[in-house]
Design a binder for this molecule. Sequence first.
Ligand code: SAH
Length: 393
Amino acid sequence: MQLLAGQLVTIDGMEFLTSALRVKDRNCLVAGSSDMAIQQALQLCSHGANVTLVGHPVSVPVNGNLVVEPRDFTADDLTGCWLVIAGCDNRDDNNTILQLCNAKQIFCYCPDDPQKSSWHHQSAAANTQEYTDTASPTEDAQDAGLVSLVGAGPGDPELLTLRALRLIQAADAIVYDRLVSEPILALCNPHAEFIYAGKEKANHTLPQDSINHLLTSLARKYSNVVRLKGGDPFIFGRGGEEIETLADQQIPFQVVPGITAASGCAAFAGIPLTHRDHAQSCVFVTGHLRNGEINLNWHQLTDPQQTIVVYMGLTGLDMICESLIHHGHAAHTPAALVQQGTQPQQRVLSSTLEGLPALVAQNNVTAPTLLIIGGVVSLRDKLAWFNPENQYQ
Ligand code: SAH
């Protein structure tokens, strides 16, 4: 940020003298857990301050310099502090903290009340124009916003986690995949910048490398960036690759798990993935074809007491069923294909390893689909419960 020390700037009608603080190894207090407070706590941490946050945040990314104490603020918290940020949701609480700091001659910034603040701390991604016309967007990774890699679940918006919902509602920018359903996009902050990152089988809208770098540049522009992915970001979601780039660039990130397609589709199809009589284990594999072949260790998939869940298995369905029979599975092993699981369009085609390819060929099946193989599939006859037509009853 191009800001010279010794300038007078006016913020909300109050004059502030610009200067530079050395916060490294100094104790700072953030009282309250508004999103802004958390953002600023992380920014102080990224400059080496020892920050204690007292409040009740729903989630805070792990940071070695940040200690979170889930309780209300008390006056004793000010002892030994160099700087304070009053970030409570309640104006009266912030006023109390501002007054206590004034009495103790501790600089205190309240994002909701710059007029009463004795110092001003602008979050990296906030609009720098407020200070000076010559300010340019920062290029410094240390000033970057927070990127949240968020799992959106299999499609039903009620299967979002509370944390996912909070983050998509507060996001400044949302990079989303094809698998993220419309009703979930409708819950996102409508003022956010939406970027479609695509991902259809042969038609990657943005190459993975570009997505990784896009997240980096958005983090330099915004405080809260959400990378929204179907299901769980760490299950066949390349979530690991995306945050590796962020880690390399020292950009703060967090990961929010989501309900993976296997859990969502199995539950909504009435197929328990494990069952004492049918399966003592369950394995998730990808049926993605590479050069026309499926690269799976078929010998490890022969246990009849194990449920096999195949992601991305529609194109290779015939080959998968054939290979499993070839490697020792009974041709009459129950198998089901769940299309658009958990959504109003959900459809389940249930058959056997031998019969499923023909059944799928006769029905006009479209992605996304999940393949579930094993004795547990037979339980569906009794346990199927989801009727998309009365789904909200
Ligand atoms: N990270 C995701 C998986 C991404 S791979 C997760 O944890 O669920 C994409 C594959 O997931 C699809 O090809 C399909 O096999 C499966 N899938 C995702 N959502 C699905 C849904 N609603 N119904 C059926 N299959 C789904």
